[in-house]
Design a protein around this ligand. Structure first.
Ligand code: MRU
Length: 387
C-alpha cells in the first residue's frame, strides 16, 4: 500500500509535502536552503516536532551538498554550519526536537576526523560528517516510531487484557502520524500498531482547534490507512467518555509531545491538558508517545517551557475547499472565511503543558516509562544524564 510521506529526501534533494494544502491537494515543495526551510517551518507547511527537526537538518545538508559553504579553514567551516543551525533554531520555539537535532549536528561536525588533512580535504570531511548525521537523524526517526508503536501497543494490551480481552478504543489529539514525522508516527504510530495487531476497536480524533491538525491531517491519515475512526470536536471529549467509555471500551487517550521535561511535564498541542483532566476523571489512561528526541532533561519543570503564541486569525478566520451545492468538494477552489468579529482580542497559545501527575505512561523508542512509587518519572534508565 502507498504510504503518506511528509519528507522525501535523496542526497542533494529535499522535497516537503505542503501540509497547508492537505487534505485536498498533494504538492511537494523543493527545499534547498536554510532560508527555505525556515519559511517552510514558520509557515507550518511542515509541522510536528520530529518533522520540523528533520527538515531543518536536511535542508542545511542540501545547501552544503550544493556548495553553499565558501569557508576554507576548519574553524570557519564549523562557524558557518553553526550559524546556519542557530538561525534555523529560531523558526519555532516549543518543540525540542529541533534543538536536540542541532546539538547532535554540531557535535558530529566538530568530531569530524580532520587530523593531518589540508584544505580542501578537511572541509570535505566536516561537510560529510554533517550530511551523514543529518541523514542518520532521518533514518533513526522512522526506526524510533516503529519501536514506539510496538512498545505502546504492548503496554496498552498489558493494561487492558488484565481485565478483559476486548479490543480497545482510543482518543488522539492533533496530528502525530506520518505527516508529523519521517513515517509511521508517534501517538498515531501506536494506533497503527494496535490496528495492525487487531487490538484496536476504534480511534477517535479531535478536530484540534484552532489549527485543525486533527480534522485536516489526522482524519485524513486514519481514512487513508483504513482505520475505523470518528472525528469529534475538542469540546465533545467529556461527552464521549461519559456516553461511550464502557460500550466502546475507550481505554486510553494517546497524544504526542513537543517537549517532555525532566519531571515528565509535557508540552503538546493546545487542548492536550484538558483531555488529560477528563481522562483522569473517567478512569481512562493518559499516554504520551514521544521519541527521546522530544525529551529535554535540561528543563526541570513544565512552567519553564516557552509556549509559542500564534496569530489571532487562526481563531477569527478559517480556510478550506469549496463545497458544491450537491455536497461534493471542489478542491481547485479554496476560500478564507471570517468566523468572528475581526476586532475581538484573541489569546492563542499553540501548546499547553500537561502536568506529570496526569500522565500514566510515556512511551519512547527505548521502552515505556511509568512513574515510580514516589509518583515521579525517572528517565535515567533510558537516557544518559547529559541528554
Ligand atoms: O503546531 P504543530 O502542528 O507543529 O504541533 C504538533 C503537535 O503538537 C503534535 O501533537 C505533537 O504531538 C508533536 S508531533 C509528533
Amino acid at each position: 500500500m502507498a504510504t503518506l510521506q511528509a519528507i522525501k529526501y535523496s542526497r542533494g534533494k529535499l522535497l516537503v509535502l505542503d501540509q497547508l494544502r492537505l487534505p485536498h491537494e498533494h504538492h511537494y515543495d523543493e527545499v534547498s536552503t536554510a532560508e527555505e526551510a525556515f519559511d517552510c517551518i514558520r509557515s507550518m507547511r511542515v509541522r510536528g516536532a520530529p518533522a520540523i527537526a528533520i527538515v531543518a537538518a536536511l535542508a542545511h545538508a542540501v545547501e552544503l551538498h550544493n556548495g553553499s559553504c565558501t569557508a576554507a579553514t576548519p574553524e570557519e567551516v564549523i562557524a558557518h554550519i553553526e550559524s546556519r543551525l542557530d538561525y534555523l533554531k529560531e523558526s519555532r520555539p516549543t518543540a525540542v526536537d529541533l534543538s536536540n537535532a542541532i546539538h547532535l549536528l554540531k557535535v558530529a561536525s566538530r568530531a569530524a576526523q580532520i587530523e593531518g588533512l589540508a584544505h580542501p580535504e578537511a572541509k570535505e570531511a566536516i561537510l560529510n560528517a554533517y550530511v551523514l548525521k543529518a541523514e542518520e537523524i532521518l533514518a533513526k526517526d522512522l526506526e524510533n516510531n516503529t519501536s514506539i508503536g510496538a512498545h505502546g501497543a504492548a503496554w496498552l494490551q498489558q493494561q487492558h487484557n488484565a481485565n478483559s480481552d476486548r479490543k480497545i478504543s482510543v482518543l488522539t489529539h492533533c496530528n502525530t502520524g506520518s505527516l508529523a514525522t519521517s513515517g509511521h508516527g508517534t501517538a498515531l504510530g501506536i494506533i497503527r500498531s494496535l490496528h495492525s495487531q487487531n487490538l484496536l476497536q476504534h480511534a477517535y480524533c479531535t478536530e484540534t482547534r484552532p489549527y485543525n491538525q486533527g480534522s485536516r491531517l489526522t482524519s485524513f491519515e486514519l481514512v487513508f490507512e483504513g482505520i475505523p475512526s470518528t472525528l469529534i470536536t475538542d469540546s465533545m471529549a467529556a461527552a464521549l467518555f461519559n456516553l461511550y467509555r464502557e460500550s466502546m471500551n475507550i481505554g486510553a487517550v494517546i497524544v504526542g509531545a513537543d517537549r517532555v521535561v525532566r519531571n515528565g511535564d509535557t508540552a503538546n498541542k493546545i487542548g492536550t491538558y484538558s483531555l488529560a483532566v477528563l481522562a483522569r476523571h473517567h478512569g481512562v489512561k493518559f499516554v504520551v508517545a514521544a521519541p527521546t528526541t522530544s525529551i529535554d532533561l535540561q528543563t526541570v519543570a513544565g512552567k519553564d517551557i516557552e509556549i509559542e503564541q500564534r496569530k489571532k486569525e487562526e481563531l477569527t478566520q478559517i480556510s478550506g475547499a469549496i463545497v458544491n451545492a450537491d455536497g461534493t468538494v471542489d478542491t481547485s477552489k479554496t476560500a478564507r472565511v471570517a468566523i468572528a468579529d475581526q476586532r475581538i482580542n484573541v489569546w492563542n497559545p499553540g501548546f499547553d503543558v500537561t502536568p506529570h501527575e496526569l500522565i500514566d505512561a510515556i512511551v519512547t523508542e527505548k521502552g515505556t516509562v511509568v512513574k515510580g512509587t514516589d509518583g515521579k518519572f525517572d528517565f535515567s534508565k533510558i537516557l544518559p544524564e547529559r541528554w
